[in-house]
Design a binder for this molecule. Structure first.
Ligand SMILES: [Zn+2]
Ligand SMILES: [Zn+2]
Length: 408
């Protein structure tokens, strides 16, 4: 679906919600003012109907998360003085951050891809139109051909994650990881699914320490003692793959009992949930084992974020909770593909957003970890389509004991 690259550059699509028409020369005046050249609609009517949803685009443009051109047109209201030597700055100097991680701008310009790479529908407009139109009750079952396509894209996604994760060490920036991920996608004829998805500006999500998820790669340097989640999603052959892992940055992180406790417990929670996957398992059962194991290690489960279906669409139904007392309907059936991706925290499982409207952090600044796989339900059980390879970076380590000899 949504092979927009084949439509050619001259035929713009109407941005209207649920509208498939080609756009006329009618442009949103606010978009024009903001220097955005993509605000085309098919009619005045369609523009009016779509206004409530469309206007969020303007907010994002003003949210300082866009490329350098936009930032020149609308300078952010409050900016700290860029460092005279490096030019780096904190775009939200008056925001009260909950932990120690800070955004370090400027973001690098949005990365580009060869025209030949097949794109999802949001690559040009920033809006996942087909995905928003899906019937949220209908769970797709893939035939043999679809399953084979999922195997392929998931294997490529594993390669991209491993190549990117091999770069994790103290002193490199998350923007560098984004560059490595982007290049690895291009080399595999794949589109990095996050790029321009609801206007996300980068090709992967990098979430250090108290960042729960959806961190934007920027000029922040990874520090010895950080933990960082790399969330990779790619689109190839008309299908999406999605996986993530949390990595230790340097030896200090590996020696910190609390960091290792949250990381390893989350890894184990995902593995325990995957063991349940087979035809007949209720989708609400994964959360029970995840929450139980998390609590046994004095960790808490974030309930805002869940796993999701994944196939020709990035986030189709079902939605999969990671907490115990859920009433979500749905049963595993052969041919279903979905993700499980628990997020655990050392503190309160509540989140707030940075002003970039993407970076989701814990309210108390405590650290979180996440692991994710894309799974295929088979006739007898499960195939972990994004499984680790023998030489994958990262992997489990023992939880260090604290001074009093107890396991942390
Ligand atoms: Zn993911
Ligand atoms: Zn996901």
């Amino acid at each position: 679906m949504g092979d927009i690259a084949s439509e050619g550059p001259s035929k713009k699509k109407c941005l209207g919600v649920d509208c498939d028409n080609d756009a006329e020369a009618l442009q949103c005046p606010t978009c024009l003012k903001l220097g955005m050249k993509d605000g085309f609609f098919c009619s005045q009517d369609c523009f009016k109907k779509s206004w409530t949803e469309h206007k969020t685009v303007h907010k994002t443009a003003q949210g300082k998360t866009q490329d350098g051109i936009l930032r020149k047109i609308i300078p952010p209201k409050v900016v700290s003085e860029p460092d005279p030597v490096t030019g780096l700055y904190n775009p939200f100097p008056t925001y009260s951050f909950t932990g120690s991680v800070r955004p370090v701008y400027p973001l690098s310009p949005m990365r580009t891809l060869p025209k030949s790479i097949r794109r999802p529908d949001w690559s040009e407009t920033g809006i996942p139109k087909a995905e928003r139109r899906l019937n949220r009750m209908k769970i797709d079952i893939l035939d043999a051909e679809g399953q084979e396509a999922m195997r392929k894209v998931c294997r490529l996604a594993r390669e991209v994650l491993d190549i990117t994760a091999a770069e994790v060490r103290p002193g490199i920036t998350t923007d560098h990881l984004d560059e490595v991920c982007h290049k690895a996608c291009v080399e595999r004829d794949a589109y990095p699914s996050p790029l321009n998805y609801n206007h996300f500006p980068k090709s992967l999500c990098t979430s250090p320490n108290e960042v729960v998820c959806h961190g934007i790669p920027d000029q922040r340097i990874l520090l010895d003692g950080d933990i960082v989640n790399l969330d990779i999603s790619i689109y190839h052959g008309g299908y999406h793959a999605d996986l993530n892992e949390t990595y230790y940055v340097g030896d200090r992180a590996r020696a910190d009992p609390d960091s290792v406790r949250v990381v390893e417990t989350t890894r184990e929670c995902l593995d325990m949930a995957i063991e349940l996957v087979k035809p007949g398992t209720l989708l609400r059962d994964f959360g029970k084992v995840i929450e139980k194991h998390a609590n046994s290690r004095n960790c808490a489960v974030h309930t805002t974020w869940g796993g999701h279906g994944i196939n020709t669409e990035f986030h189709p139904p079902p939605w999969i909770p990671h907490y115990g007392k859920s009433k979500v309907p749905g049963v595993c059936k052969p041919g279903m593909t979905f993700t499980i991706e628990p997020i655990l925290t050392l503190g309160k499982p509540r989140e707030v957003y940075w002003p970039d409207e993407w970076t989701n952090v814990t309210v108390d600044g405590k650290r979180t970890a996440q692991f994710e796989h894309t799974l295929l339900v088979t006739e007898t059980g499960v195939e972990v389509l994004t499984a680790r390879l023998d030489n994958s970076p990262g992997g489990p380590i023992p939880i260090p004991t604290t001074d009093n000899g107890n396991s942390a």
